[in-house]
Design a protein around this ligand. Structure first.
Ligand code: AMP
Ligand code: MG
Length: 319
């Protein structure tokens, strides 16, 4: 049985014995292991069935821990860290050798952030090592935003879930790397681009080379429900196209009732993209449990977090 509990002491004991613990963050739940232990980190890949080429994010308690794992941190990276940590911003920094290739998938950079969740911050500050943690879902499925989601994914295979309630932001962190001292956007996420650009200037797009698989975490079919999903700007037209199917509709705000639809869900009760982001994955997970033929999702307004949600919906829709 997998235990869901707020017992920090127990979480510490398990992590110190090289086992995994699911941890709450403001973005999504993470599947955490001692980042300095290759043995522990390998268990993350095994449990998630995650390919070894997909690197992990290392979580630290404070900026002063940064120089234990990263080197040559530039003034721009430091400015971003100071502005957004703790928070949903991951920085790709030159790794120190204490971080194994297993964590970074052979990259010379390590992904680092300070998560903004009181329980996990306390845990990190009381551990003698940082925590490597990707999202606590099997490879290719929807990221979990509450303890029950994690339990449903890994029941019996994971000892302990640290219960920090539901995730406030609900979407993964924004990932920023650096090229020639300019900031490069590797993954859209909960930290808004407009806010980042106030400090870093216009964000560059990552270079595509012949040898790079799409930036890890940006795999096309990612964050996907088992149920087929289409994204549209015209819900009622799409419903007509799929007449006769068992359909779930996912919209930004409450829409008129469509009698031919099995279930309708909206992400925000009041025009808030922030609320929509918070609710996105839990609503998708709920719809995915209903044995629908099809989920028809509406594009969000294309600004700020709306773009991030649309990015996730498009990935969820690719097959
Ligand atoms: P997850 O927490 O499940 O979203 O997984 C962490 C994600 O961080 C990966 O899928 C990658 O997109 C990203 N990441 C971690 N380390 C690196 C790195 N060194 N270079 C590029 N992306 C990275
Ligand atoms: Mg993930």
């Amino acid at each position: 049985m997998t235990e869901i509990s707020t017992n920090l002491e127990k979480a510490k004991v398990i992590l110190k014995s090289d086992e995994l613990v699911a941890i709450p963050t403001e973005t999504v739940y993470g599947l955490a292991a001692n980042a300095f232990s290759e043995n522990a980190v390998k268990k993350i890949f095994a449990l998630k069935n995650r390919p070894a080429f997909n690197p992990l994010i290392v979580h630290i308690a404070s900026i002063s821990d940064l120089d234990k794992i990263a080197k040559n941190v530039t003034p721009l990276a430091m400015k971003l860290a100071e502005a957004f940590w703790p928070g949903p911003l991951t920085l790709l920094l030159e790794k120190k050798s204490i971080i194994s290739d297993c964590v970074t998938a052979g990259n010379t950079t390590v992904a680092v952030r300070i998560p903004n969740h009181p329980l996990t911050l306390k845990l990190l500050s009381e551990l003698p090592f940082p925590l490597a943690a990707p999202s606590a879902n099997p490879f290719m499925s929807i990221s979990p935003t509450n303890p029950q989601h994690v339990k449903n994914y890994f029941d019996g295979k994971l000892k302990f879930i640290l219960d920090g309630g539901s995730c406030i932001d609900g979407i993964e962190s924004t990932i920023i790397g650096f090229k020639d001292n300019q900031a490069v956007l590797y993954r859209e996420g909960s930290c808004e681009i407009a806010e980042l650009e106030k400090i870093a200037g216009i964000l560059l797009k990552p270079e595509k080379t012949a040898t790079t698989i799409e930036a890890p975490g940006m795999l096309k079919k990612h964050y996907a429900p088992k149920t087929k999903l289409v994204v549209t700007t015209n819900i009622s037209e799409s419903i007509q196209e799929h007449f006769g199917k068992k359909i779930g509709v996912l919209s930004f705000i409450a829409l008129e009732t469509f009698p031919e639809v099995y279930i309708q869900k909206h992400l925000s009760s009041g025009n808030s993209l922030k609320e929509a982001a918070t609710n996105l994955y839990s609503t998708l997970i709920e719809l995915d449990s209903l044995h629908l033929d099809l989920i028809i999702a509406e594009y969000m307004p294309d600004s700020g977090l709306g773009n991030t949600i649309n990015d996730r919906l498009e990935r969820a829709s690719s097959s």
